[in-house]
Ligand binder design. Structure first.
Ligand SMILES: Nc1nc2c(ncn2[C@@H]2O[C@H](COP(=O)(O)OP(=O)(O)OP(=O)(O)O)[C@@H](O)[C@H]2O)c(=O)[nH]1
Ligand SMILES: [K+]
Ligand SMILES: [Mg+2]
Length: 399
């Protein structure tokens, strides 16, 4: 029997089983069995190089955003409009067959936008180009789920389910469960609060299903059995997702209003070029990019060419900033002077662990230079930059 048939069989058994206290343990075990099979399904077939053939696109820019959705919802039309890169659009389904990259220029940063083939129900199990599309989605920083505003609301659930089946968790944070495998000592089970969804016996059973007999388990929230399985599997990817409802030109204003009020959603129309500003601003917010402007001593900061950091990828500390400029820089840095929202006063002397924020201005002060009285490009004394952002314009910065 193939993996997919096995999954079907267990799903059928779960559907037959009544949910109550007596069946709780059995259902939990079945869930773990399915999770294990789905992980098997994700492993590339023996002898192949992986699931992304023909879809490899070099990463470019400061972040990557994937467009996923059912066929003909307007993904390619949107890519063409936001990036200027042409991607074939047509009224028939599966117009796009590969991954097509474009670049969005926004807030002095470059964001790579990826157009992808439409995916359908069953994509997670290999239908259509599902596997490749999902692999590319996982490689991106956020996902834009493009939906046809005139079609069923169910599409959003179907796509979410497909992505969940391959370990993607949209707009969720990792469960607050500490889990560590041990060599000996049995299972130690603890929680910092009363648990209403699982008990010790159920957790033991799930661990047993994974052949784990020695481990430390600490619940820091009232988690479910699905959360526990996610933590044990350990291969889940937590991603931000914006639900983009396109084609609002063909529905009534009341329906538009309803969609627009849903969490993490933006309504747009490619035909009428409607609400792109809103979409870009939301995308920018969700990406959490941090622009840091470098200010050479005695000069204005270079506001056109920021160093772009990200809390999710690489971090936003002064050390991360230095490493971004040059790997060997950090050992020469004595401290930095920082202006902007991360600074308590202007300029603030900051060490390597200081966390920078978007639109901060930073001047590097090197060890040698201060000792020798400020030689070279960066010096310890500085004149303040004339501006950091519009917000700072009103109160010019003083050193
Ligand atoms: N009414 C309306 N039609 C649109 C809008 N945006 C795109 N379309 C139309 O929807 C159809 C599909 O557009 P595509 O951009 O090819 O859609 P896609 O999601 O890339 O489709 P596949 O590549 O086949 O998955 C085309 O006929 C577009 O002209 C819109 O805002 N309003
Ligand atoms: K199409
Ligand atoms: Mg397309």
């Amino acid at each position: 029997m193939g993996i997919i048939e096995k999954i079907r069989e267990i799903e059928a058994e779960m559907a037959r089983t009544q949910k109550n206290k007596a069946t709780e343990y059995h259902l939990g075990q079945l869930k773990a069995k399915i999770a294990k099979l789905r992980t098997q399904l994700l492993e590339p077939p023996k002898g192949s190089s992986g699931g992304g053939e023909g879809f490899e696109v070099t990463k470019f820019g400061h972040g990557r955003v994937a467009l996923i959705g059912f066929p003909s919802v307007g993904k390619s039309t949107l890519l063409t409009m936001l990036t200027g890169t042409h991607s074939e659009a047509a009224s028939y389904e599966f117009t796009t067959l590969t991954c097509i990259p474009g670049i969005i220029h926004y807030n002095d940063t470059k964001i790579q936008l990826l157009d992808l083939p439409g995916i359908i129900e069953g994509a997670s199990e290999g239908k259509g180009r599902g596997r490749q599309v999902i692999a590319v989605s996982k490689s991106s920083d956020i996902v834009l789920m493009v939906l046809d505003a005139s079609k069923s609301e169910g599409h959003r659930q179907i796509l979410t389910k497909e992505l969940e089946a391959v370990g993607l968790r949209l707009n969720k944070r990792p469960p607050q469960i500490y889990f560590k495998k041990k060599k000996t000592g049995g299972i130690s089970f603890n929680s910092t609060l009363p648990l209403t969804h699982v008990d010790e016996k159920l957790c033991y059973q799930i661990l047993h299903e994974y052949k784990i007999h020695n481990a430390e388990l600490l619940f820091r929230e009232d988690a479910t059995v699905d959360d526990l399985i996610d933590v044990i599997e350990g291969n889940r990817k937590y991603m931000k997702c914006i639900y983009v409802y396109n084609k609002i030109d063909v529905i009534g204003i009341d329906d538009v209003d309803k969609l627009a009020r849903q969490p993490n959603s933006v309504v747009i129309s490619c035909n009428l070029k409607l609400n792109f500003d809103r979409l870009l601003a939301k995308m920018w917010d969700e990406m959490g990019l941090v622009r840091v402007y470098t200010k050479p001593q005695g000069q204005q900061p270079d506001f056109a060419d920021p160093v772009v950091l990200s809390a999710d990828r690489g971090g936003c500390t002064v050390e991360d900033f230095c490493n971004h400029i040059h790997r060997s820089l950090v050992k020469d840095v004595k401290y930095v002077l920082a202006w902007g929202t991360s600074a308590r006063h202007y300029p603030q002397h900051c060490g390597l662990s200081h966390v920078l924020q978007d639109e901060d201005v930073v001047q590097i002060v090197k060890k040698k230079e201060t000792e020798e009285g400020g030689r070279g490009r960066f010096k310890s004394h500085s004149t303040a930059p004339a501006r950091i952002s519009d917000r700072e314009k009103k109160a010019p910065l003083k050193t």
